[in-house]
Design a protein. Structure first.
Length: 189
């Protein structure tokens, strides 16, 4: 666990909020006591990270979502809050899960909750200097990769469809992911 991150949440009266924008929406892996729509300003959700473990292999990498810093953009997602007594355990779990190859930067930023609160939240942002950062791939390129990749936890296409389905259930529109999901479904027949 990152001590600098822990220092921001260690006080007994401080809540741990996690900004969920991808698989944490449908597979958080920890008990949630509050889940609320939220917006993260200055970032976007993007299939910009090669997956060589969970959704691909070194020989046939898949793609996973990451947050990319983008001035003027906003990412809609969910803020997930765990029990205060579980903060250390949740931080440790997420550190192991998300930093399997250190392609993400574990950091914090303020998020805007739909009820007006603006807490600090834990984020996983792509490291643009890491070899797993893809840069900008077209939707066609992404569809080609996602439709053919498979990793330790299953097909890359499942990751995409589960994320799109969960976003739809939550009423969060993401037209790029919708278009990408359609392209992948067409490729898979």
């Amino acid at each position: 666990m990152n001590d600098k991150i822990w220092d921001k949440f260690k006080e007994d009266n401080t809540d741990l909020w996690v900004f969920a924008y991808g698989s944490l929406l449908w597979n958080p892996g920890f008990e949630i006591v509050e889940s609320i729509p939220s917006v993260l300003c200055g970032y976007r959700r993007s299939f910009c990270m090669w997956s060589v473990h969970y959704r691909g292999t070194p020989e046939n990498p898949g793609l996973v979502l990451a947050l990319e810093k983008r001035k003027g953009e906003k990412c809609r997602g969910m803020a997930l809050r765990c029990k205060r007594e579980d903060k250390r355990k949740v931080l440790s779990y997420l550190h192991k899960r998300e930093l399997i190859s250190y392609a993400y930067i574990e950091c914090t930023d303020n998020i805007n909750l739909s009820d007006g609160r603006t807490p600090i939240a834990l984020l996983y942002v792509v490291n643009p200097d890491h070899p797993q950062y893809t840069g900008n791939l077209s939707l066609e390129q992404q569809a080609h990769i996602i439709s053919s990749a498979r990793g330790d936890v299953g097909p890359n296409s499942d990751y995409l469809s589960k994320t799109v389905n969960r976003l739809n259930q939550l009423g969060i529109a993401d037209s790029n992911l919708e278009k990408l999901n359609k392209l992948v479904r067409e490729r898979l027949g």
